[in-house]
Structure formats: C-alpha cells, structure tokens
Design a protein around this ligand. Structure first.
Ligand code: SDX
Length: 426
C-alpha cells in the first residue's frame, strides 16, 4: 500500500478519494473496491488492458523494458542454470528448492506419473482428428475423478503439496499419451528413473522395441522451453484459471479451463499458427513481403502470428532467448530449417516497417518456439500442448496464491447494459 496516498476523483461535482496501492516494483494502482458503493459508477475496460485483477508476488514483467522475473529471478538466469522442476518449485513455493527438496520432489513427480488404467478410454471418445488441446483439456478435467480428495479437507498444506506433485506427474503422462493416441501408437509408461524432460520425451517417442534416447541438445531445448513458458503473470489463461478457481471449483477444472483458454490462436495457439503461416509463405512462392503488407491491411484479417503482445512494447525477453537457442539447436542437430530463414527475414523487415515500429510490435514467445519444437520432432499440433505443460506450474502457483489470499472472493465482473429497456410481452 502507498502509505496514505490517495487519488481524488470528481463525479457529478462530488469529490471521492480512493487509496493508491504501490507494488514492490513501484507499479501503482488505484484501489476502486468501494467505487460503486460510494459513487454508483463502475469502470469499463474491455480486455482489461488497464485493470489489475489481483496483487501477486509470483511473476513480474515490465513490458516497456522487456523484463521478466519469476519470484525475482531474471528469466535469462533461470533458463541458463535451473531445471524445469526447480522452476516449478520456485513458482509454487516462492524459493528455489534445496538439494534434498528437489531430489524428493523429482522422485515423487516421477512416481506420480502413472495414469489410472481407465483414463485412456477417454481418448476413444474423441474423433481421431480432434485437436490435442481439446483432449488435453478434457483429460485434465477427467483427472478430477481419479483424484477426488484434494478439496475434501479444505485444502490443507499437505493437500496442496500432494496436489502439486500429482498434477506435475499426471499431466506430463497425459500429454504424451495424447500424442500416442493421435498417431495411433500404444501409450508408453513413465520411466521413474528418468528426469522429467527425459521421461516426457521417452513417453512421446519410445517404441515397444526401441527406447528413445534423447540427445543432450534436445533435452536442453526442452528444459529451456518449459522454463520460458512456465509463467507470465495475469495472461488470459492464468486469469481463466483464477476465475474458475475463485468459485472453489475443483483445481483440475481450473487447469482444464486454462488449457481451453491457451488453445486460442491469439494466445498459446499462436505457436502452431506461426509455423502454419511460415509454411503458407514458403509454399506461396510470392515471398514474405506480401504477408507483411497483408498484416498491415486493416481490411485483411491476417495477422503476423507470433508478433505483438498486450504487455511487451519491445522484444519479448523469451523470444530473445529462444532465437539464440534455435540457432544452437539446429547446428547441434546438423539440421537446417528454411522456415527459420523466413522467420528471421519477417522479423527484420517488420522491425524496419513504420506500421510495426509505431505500434511497438515485436516477436513474442511464440515467434521462434515452433522452430525449436519442429527440430525436436514435435508435431505442430502438439506445440500448444507443450506450451501448456510448461505453464502448469505457473497456473498452479496462481491458483494456490488465490485460494490462500486473505482477500479471497469469487470473481464476478460488472457490465454496462445496452439492451432493451423494460417492455411487455403481452
Ligand atoms: C501469448 O498475455 C500474455 O502474457 C500472453 C503470453 C503468455 O506467456 O501467456 O505472452 C503468450 O499469448 C503471446 C501472444 C501470442 N499471440 C500472437 O502472436 C497472435 C498475434 N498477435 C496479435 O493478435 C496481438 O498482438 C495480441 C493478441 C497478442 C495482442 O492483442 P492486443 O493487445 O489486443 O493488441 P491490438 O490487437 O489492440 O493491437 C494493437 C494494434 C492494432 O492496430 P491498430 O488498430 O492500432 O491500427 O497493433 C495491431 C492491431 O491491428 N497488431 C497487429 C498484430 N498485433 C497487433 N497487426 C498485425 N499483426 C499482429 N500480430
């Protein structure tokens, strides 16, 4: 709270004072929780571009400076040094784990990865060409039936600890099993002796007669991508997780809703759309400049996928890391990807174009991530499932912070009604 700082608003010639809240990074907000009761007015902010939904100590991002920190640690340092499970622990508990904490947590997640034998029956109910995100959202909701006891005891610390382990283990196996179902392969059981990243790739790509051996560079790429996607404060899908959780619905229901929101092409679904856009440009043969012009044309619904962001007004720091890792991964794998060349040309040209400069549009996390997923052998329809896998600890951390908050209450926005005034049916 900004000690006794207030702002004064004059409404219908009356003055009203509202408290100012200042965060640890000097962000300021006007606390309008008494606005309607004092003035009869509500605010209107379609898309919530100017509206804070909560106070949070999990992730800080500065869109003007291109800064992203999880619990105060810069994303660049975590991407360089940490494992994904260490970052998951950091987000959920607020501090980096000790050696014994991470060892025990990693073992429990590995042991918690076996899915109930009946859950794969769910897949048969989906059309073969259903999108993996649809199955992932439904499968996550289905987990609530196999793990019913987390809301029973009013969410004790033990419940939340067990829920964290359960979700991290179960959803990695579920994600891999969805890939196996989509490609007509039998599921592969988790291998408890492997690291989280190794185990996921094993469950995705091993065959009954041949175990998949992850190369160091593919493992490193997966580790970095999962960390970079782990959290991003109050984005659309995290807000969906919080909104659903605010009714005290089941935590798996919140996560299922988060996956549903992330699927959208304006959000996490952009990583798949971005590759499809590059393939369209490549196949078109007219060159990428045509698509820069289409993106600028107000009459054309085409948007440059992986470009622009609600918060960043300069390069998304995650895109910076991913672009560098892209080059390294392709070199280590001895691969070339013509789509990377097109992406780099698109970025270079757009960043010199007045339309993009004026609107401060830069590559976001989804601009280069698909090139890395492709190089790792991940099919394009699974890209947003991989994004979800990374985001799970962030969603869980926000859900936990919300249910533990002293100001916890159900989220229920207001509106300005513009429909018919009263009229008679007869
Ligand atoms: C993610 O919020 C998060 O933190 C999300 C995320 C996370 O980690 O959770 O970072 C992950 O979702 C990244 C974003 C992925 N989506 C895309 O790459 C889709 C393409 N991007 C755009 O659709 C758009 O930039 C959004 C959806 C990301 C942001 O939309 P906003 O904030 O509503 O911005 P806007 O549409 O109001 O754009 C402002 C202007 C408009 O032009 P004018 O009306 O001012 O003339 O910029 C233009 C837009 O037309 N614009 C674009 C553009 N993005 C914005 N023009 C062409 N191509 C684009 N990609």
């Amino acid at each position: 709270m900004c000690k006794n700082k207030k702002v004064r608003v004059t409404i219908d010639s009356r003055d009203f004072d509202f408290p100012v809240i200042e965060g640890s990074e000097k962000e300021k907000g006007i606390d309008i929780s008494s606005l309607r009761s004092e003035t009869g007015y509500v605010t209107l902010d379609v898309g919530y571009a100017n509206t804070g939904s909560t106070q949070s100590s999990i992730t800080f991002l500065d869109g003007e400076k291109g800064v992203l920190r999880y619990r105060g640690y810069p994303i660049e340092q975590l991407a360089e040094k940490a494992t994904f499970l260490e970052v998951a622990w950091l987000l959920f508990y607020g501090e980096m784990p000790t050696d014994s904490e991470i060892e025990s947590f990693s073992q429990k997640v590995a042991l918690g990865g076996d899915l109930h034998k009946d859950i794969s029956n769910l897949f048969g109910g989906f059309a073969q060409d259903s999108h993996p995100m649809a199955i992932f959202s439904a499968g996550t909701m289905a987990l609530s039936g196999y793990h019913p006891d987390f809301l029973k005891n009013g969410l004790s610390k033990e419940d939340k600890d067990r829920l964290f382990v359960c979700v991290m283990g179960q959803m990695a196996t579920l994600a891999a099993n969805i890939f196996r179902f989509k490609y007509g392969k039998a599921p592969i059981n988790p291998d408890k002796s492997k690291s989280y990243e190794q185990n996921f790739l094993h469950m995705m790509f091993s065959e009954d007669d041949k175990e998949y051996r992850s190369s160091k560079s593919v493992l490193e790429a997966l580790r970095v991508l999962l960390i970079l996607h782990a959290d991003h404060e109050q984005n659309c899908s995290t807000s969906a997780v919080r909104l659903i959780g605010s009714s005290l619905s089941n935590c798996f229901a919140s996560l299922s809703g988060g996956i549903a929101a992330l699927w959208g092409v304006l959000h996490g679904g952009a990583n798949q759309k971005m590759i499809e856009m590059l393939e369209m440009i490549q196949n078109d043969g007219c060159g990428y400049k045509k698509y820069i012009e289409k993106a600028k044309d107000k009459k054309d619904p085409f948007r440059l996928m992986g470009f622009g962001h609600r918060v960043y007004r300069k390069l998304d720091p995650r895109a910076n890391v991913i672009r560098a890792k892209c080059d390294a991964l392709l070199e280590q794998l001895g691969k070339k990807d013509p789509l990377l060349d097109i992406a780099k040309e698109l970025e270079r040209t757009a960043l010199e174009d007045e339309y993009f400069i004026e609107r401060k549009l830069y590559p976001n996390v989804d601009f280069y991530s698909g090139i890395m997923y492709r190089a790792m052998g991940i099919p394009v329809e699974m890209f947003t499932v991989l994004f979800s896998l990374g985001r799970i600890p962030g969603w869980l951390a926000h859900w936990k912070e919300m249910v533990e908050s002293s100001s916890f209450r159900i989220s229920r926005p207001r509106q300005i009604y513009t429909g018919h005034t009263e009229r008679n049916l007869f």
